[in-house]
Design a protein around this ligand. Structure first.
Ligand SMILES: Cc1cc2nc3c(=O)[nH]c(=O)nc-3n(C[C@H](O)[C@H](O)[C@H](O)COP(=O)(O)OP(=O)(O)OC[C@H]3O[C@@H](n4cnc5c(N)ncnc54)[C@H](O)[C@@H]3O)c2cc1C
Length: 388
């Protein structure tokens, strides 16, 4: 257990706080890791740039494999009346449907607003100092500790720091991550809607240059979330026109945009969504969740990967904190395990995504999968992991 010392740094007169572990970014991976380490009695600070509670752009379907770990963290999906999803319906760009049972592989629908906020409560209860509205500007590894500088005038020193800051952050630029300079054309858009269809289904609607997922979440709502390109948006000038004139060429999406009740008229949106492989450890800073690599959303298990990477990190980090691993052992063993567990799934997700978004490829592929359910099962298996 570390001690917290408050002092003034001579260099820039910022207040210095000392922790055992500082976690940068309070999404799923950061929250899960902070809970694990606080339960082991380490003094943990979780720094999050936004303020809780918050909505995020995400399809909000969490695959079955994460259930045991969610229970370990303190969330029991079966007691929360969350919709259990067991059937996948895929529509090609013309509206033709493929149905596939996911009885052993499905998941649950839950909003990130609900899930992340519940984890924030558990983290605080477990003793984590959850510090939101704090942007981390720099992380620097010295031979004995990490120095984390923020925009609030506080500098944090810790034996260990872990980066859980998601798909893209100014920190990527600061840490000189090479892929950061490659621009990505993908954008994501999300709504919460009310729409009538069976609760146990997840729908994936294709349209030119993108796809849109829909599944139930808590309180009879559904999440409608799509990925498309900035170029397509530019062509139509606004999200609304793009939905009316482009996405609505898929008859199922046309029906949804006409008939569903939208909870907020304005959607949440993000840009520069990139799926290119990333470095798992950068300048002695280990990456978790999307900071280490984002799986294409059509696979529906980025959240599970974020949680599993936290579980994996907790084991290696504990050995480092106990003095059984050197820093090099900690970082190299985590990196090796991350690659052997996730690299193939992320690669498979990128290959499958190439089938989507181009009617000349998507429509024959869906027609073929319709006739070969074993192949659809194999694709679902390739992108989903075992329960952890
Ligand atoms: C369009 C789309 C749809 C998706 N749909 C699904 C789905 O249906 N199912 C699924 O499982 N996954 C889905 N995903 C993926 C899933 O959302 C992510 O994999 C998951 O959120 C990763 O969690 P994380 O902890 O790595 O990052 P996040 O949850 O993104 O959290 C990162 C946090 O770090 C904070 N942060 C960033 N920079 C700083 C900084 N400098 N200082 C402090 N804080 C910082 C951010 O504010 C954020 O809160 C989807 C992704 C996209 C883009």
């Amino acid at each position: 257990m570390g001690i917290s010392v408050v002092g003034l740094s001579k260099k820039n007169m910022s207040t210095v706080l000392v922790y055992d572990i500082v976690i940068v970014g309070g999404g799923l991976s950061g929250l899960a890791l902070s809970i694990e380490m606080a339960r082991k009695n380490y003094k943990v600070a979780l720094l999050e740039k936004q303020s809780y509670p918050l909505h995020r752009v995400c399809g909000e379907y969490i695959s079955h494999e994460a259930w045991p770990y969610l229970r370990f963290l303190g969330i029991h999906p079966e007691q929360e009346s969350l919709p259990v999803i067991q059937e996948l319906i895929i529509s090609d760009t013309t509206g033709k449907l493929l149905r596939h049972s996911m009885k052993n592989k499905g998941g649950i629908g839950v909003s990130r607003y609900w899930l992340d906020n519940r984890l924030v409560d558990i983290a605080r209860y477990s003793g984590v100092d959850v510090i939101d509205q704090t942007n981390v500007d720099r992380i620097h590894a010295t031979p004995t500790q990490y120095r984390i500088e923020t925009n609030t005038g506080f500098t944090y020193l810790a034996k260990a720091a872990v980066a859980c800051y998601g798909k893209r952050s100014s920190l990527d630029k600061y840490l000189n991550r090479t892929w950061f300079m490659e621009r990505s054309d993908f954008i994501g858009v999300k709504y919460h809607i009310q729409y009538d269809y069976p609760k146990d289904q997840i729908h994936l609607y294709n349209f030119e240059d993108g796809y849109c997922g829909m599944s139930h979440i808590e309180q009879n709502k559904s999440c409608l979330c799509y990925l498309t390109t900035a170029n397509t948006l530019k062509k139509y000038g606004s999200i609304e026109t793009m939905e009316d004139e482009h996405l609505s060429q898929n008859p199922w999406l046309r029906k949804i945009f006409l008939q569903a009740d939208f909870y907020r008229h304005k959607p949440l949106s993000i840009s520069q969504v990139s799926f290119i492989p990333k470095d798992i450890v950068t300048q002695e800073v280990p990456m978790l969740g999307d900071a280490a690599g984002l799986i294409t959303p059509l696979c529906g298990n980025g959240m599970s990967i974020a949680l599993q990477s936290a579980k994996m990190m907790a084991v290696h980090l504990s050995l480092f904190m106990e003095g059984k691993y050197s820093r090099t052992d900690w970082l190299t063993k985590y990196e090796r395990e991350w690659k052997s567990t996730f690299a193939f799934r992320l690669w498979a997700g990128r290959q499958i995504q190439q089938l989507f978004g181009k009617p000349s490829r998507t429509n024959p592929a869906i027609a073929f999968l319709q006739k070969t359910p074993w192949l659809t099962s194999a694709l679902v298996r390739a992108t989903h992991g075992k329960p952890f």
